[in-house]
Design a protein around this ligand. Structure first.
Ligand code: ADP
Ligand code: MG
Length: 352
């Protein structure tokens, strides 16, 4: 198959996406596909036509390095394009994606994980991996996710939603301490703060508002951290994450020494079964039929809490989904192929 691996973009997880995409593309080539990586935002100037893009057996590490070097200029380029009324999609991106048999979504975070690219692709007749636009949008916003999952009985930490432009409303809210403050649509723990005092909490709220207009202040759940991948409606083995120093922040997520991951997690069978059940149910609640990964916590009493749904989970060498698949007997390459197969199988061809 001709496969375009869509990478980069403008989100805070741009560089993670470059690592995901490089690894996915290498796997696709090993599997015999004609695959290449393209930055959704910067596009490419390297090819005379789309055929040349798919035929090129280029050095993917070098390509990723080159794209990483552009990351520092993203904000400025976003501003320029907005002022000039230019497209978010980079040069040749739409043509290449239309020419592909399927686009592998190597994106993470805003404009990739939030459903906008998927919605555009639906209208363009482009097939892609992972959840569709609506499930993606619902899962991207943690406040909306809560309103979707809580009514179907999925346990989530109690919390309040604050909006930057409503300081008076916010002041009336009874915010918990200790708590976790996080931007509603962030990812990879960017802007997430654990606050143990009121002062810390107020400071964290201010910091989170610098990143986003909508934030969550959640009850802090002290306990153990897990994640459960779901593929084609079925949960993979549960993974436990034990971060060095106790906090699973951005650095710990992408440093191979930053956290220990144990898969299958060492928890009683009934607890693992419950976590898998909640993961499957969470995906069902927002209409995910392809794949995703659901973050969960267990407190000291043994109560389970779902935190969020990651609709385009990382596929880097330190990422959790490949570890879970490995515990299920699937190699990285086999997982990549499976993600494509289930995405094509579930693809809604009636999208326009
Ligand atoms: N209510 C909570 N109680 C305890 N820890 C939390 C809570 N919410 C988030 N965390 C911690 O913060 C990390 C990031 O939060 P999460 O909601 O998964 O957002 P994201 O991964 O998108 O940044 C989690 O992996 C967990 O370690
Ligand atoms: Mg998370």
């Amino acid at each position: 198959m001709k496969i375009a691996v869509l990478a980069g973009g403008t989100s805070t997880e741009r560089n993670v996406s470059l690592v995901t995409s490089e690894n996915v593309c290498k796997a696709l080539r090993k599997l015999g596909h004609k695959a290449n990586v393209i930055d959704v935002f910067y596009g490419t100037e390297d090819y005379k036509d789309t055929t040349a893009f798919f035929e090129d057996n280029n050095d993917l590490e070098k390509l990723a390095e080159g794209l990483k070097a552009l990351s520092g200029g993203v904000k400025e380029e976003v501003r320029r394009r907005k002022e000039a009324g230019e497209s978010f999609f980079g040069n040749m991106v739409v043509d290449i994606c239309r020419a592909a048999d399927v686009v592998f979504m190597g994106l993470h975070g805003e404009n990739g994980e939030n459903g906008k690219v998927q919605a555009a692709f639906d209208l363009l007749g482009v097939k892609y991996t992972g959840p569709g636009y609506l499930s993606s949008a619902l899962s991207m916003d943690k406040a909306i996710t809560k309103t979707m999952l809580t009514p179907v009985g999925i346990p989530m930490p109690e919390g309040e939603i604050l909006l930057r432009h409503e300081p008076e409303e916010n002041a009336k809210k009874n915010l918990p301490v200790p708590c976790v403050v996080k931007p509603a649509c962030g990812g990879s723990s960017v802007g997430v703060t654990i606050a143990f005092t009121q002062e810390e909490r107020d400071e964290a709220v201010k910091k989170a508002f610098e990143l986003e207009e909508k934030i969550l202040v959640e009850k802090y759940i002290k306990g153990r951290e897990f994640s459960v991948g779901v593929c084609d409606g079925k949960a993979l083995p549960v993974v436990e994450i034990i971060p060095e120093g106790g906090v699973y922040d951005f650095e710990h997520k992408y440093d191979p020494e930053g956290a220990k991951e144990i898969c299958p997690a060492e928890v009683p069978e009934d607890v693992a079964a419950k976590m898998k059940h909640w993961a499957e149910k969470a995906c069902e609640a927002v209409g995910i039929t392809t794949y995703s990964r659901v973050d969960q916590l267990i407190d000291e009493k043994g109560d389970i809490y779902c935190l969020e749904i990651n609709t385009l989970p990382g596929m880097t060498p330190t990422s959790l989904l490949p570890k879970e698949a490995a515990a299920d007997g699937l190699s990285y390459e086999e997982l990549v192929q499976k993600l494509i197969d289930i995405s094509l199988k579930n693809f809604n061809t009636e999208s326009f």
